[in-house]
Design a binder for this molecule. Structure first.
Ligand code: CP
Ligand code: NVA
Length: 304
């Protein structure tokens, strides 16, 4: 049995296998084929925070694969409040074939995984969003035909999404540049983790988006204030003001560079309409690919 709490839970060859399977399953779906590979199987979804894409793509994945999903939202699932995390894990292990958790603290996922007897998937924590990175790599591969040698510039907060995308880039042979304000770069714990997972990966940190995007194939951004950080919103608006992905910034990037965003986006903050709704944006291809990537992941985790 395997868990997927971080991209580091996969070897590079397993990552490549999943990306290949996701592309194959996407093409198969385009031909109208929906093989019931997970017939009768159940995915549990326990979410402490809101979601559109992650919940929607997991539920759609299970329906397309002939199985089903059970959703527990914040009002059902206060893990550690109504009952201990361990009891949650042991109970759901009796009903489900895998469970995906969206949590405030990454440690909740680790505790759950210790007590579960089924695969546990990280559907977003404060430290990682590996399902997002999996879908994003699929999107970049589709767009450029390959990953190796490409450069992704992440403009904004060195947050959960940025950390997972950086790890994914490192594992796939892509260069990752973080353009963040002072105080919002990756911490030492993440950097040493990155060096272990991708010893020959190229990761740079740069405070000037207009310099960083000069070599970008992909310009990626995410909200300035993540779920759980709401009390810092005003402070972050000030500190990130010069870190918007907008028409002026795109002018400084190569013509072929694409815009990515994990969504949800706040137009007028981290991104403007020109960038996110313009012809260089691939954000809805990216949103759709969450599902194709997760179908490959679910099949791999549930059928081993
Ligand atoms: N990108 C992403 O995870 O979106 P949701 O928060 O809507 O699931
Ligand atoms: N960094 C954002 C991503 C949402 C998908 C958050 O954690 O709220």
């Amino acid at each position: 049995m395997r868990h997927f709490l971080s991209l580091q839970d996969l070897s590079i060859s397993e990552l490549n296998y999943l990306l290949g399977e996701a592309a194959r399953m996407k093409a198969e779906l385009r031909q109208g084929k929906r093989p019931a590979l997970l017939s009768g199987r159940v995915l549990g979804l326990v979410f402490e925070k809101p979601s559109l894409r992650t919940r929607g793509s997991f539920e759609a994945s299970m329906i397309q694969l002939g199985g089903g999903a059970m959703f527990f939202g914040p009002s059902d699932g206060k893990m550690g409040v109504r009952e201990p995390v361990a009891d949650f894990a042991r109970t759901l292990s009796g009903y489900c074939d895998a469970v995906a958790l969206r949590v405030f603290r990454h440690s909740t996922l680790e505790e759950f995984a210790q007590h579960a007897t089924i695969p546990v998937i990280n559907a977003l924590s404060d430290r990682a969003h590996p399902c997002q990175a999996l879908g994003d790599l699929l999107t970049i591969q589709e767009t450029f035909g390959k990953l190796e040698g490409k450069t992704l510039v992440f403009v904004g907060d060195g947050n959960n999404v940025a950390m997972s995308v950086a790890l994914g880039c490192g594992m796939a042979g892509m260069r990752f540049i973080l353009a963040a304000p002072k105080g919002y770069h990756f911490d030492e714990a993440f950097l040493s983790h990155y060096r272990q997972v991708a010893p020959s990966g190229e990761l740079l940190m740069n405070g000037r988006p207009e310099h960083a995007v000069g070599e970008a194939d992909v310009i990626y951004t995410d909200v300035w204030t993540s779920m759980g950080q709401e009390e810092e919103t005003e402070q972050r608006r000030k500190e990130f003001a010069a870190f918007q992905v907008n028409a002026a910034l795109l002018e400084k990037a190569p013509k072929h560079a694409k815009v990515m965003h994990c969504l949800p986006a706040i137009r007028g903050e981290e991104v403007d309409e020109n960038a996110i709704d313009g012809n260089r944006s691939i954000v809805f291809q990216q949103a759709e690919n969450r599902m194709h990537a997760q179908k490959a992941l679910l099949k791999w985790l549930m059928l081993r």
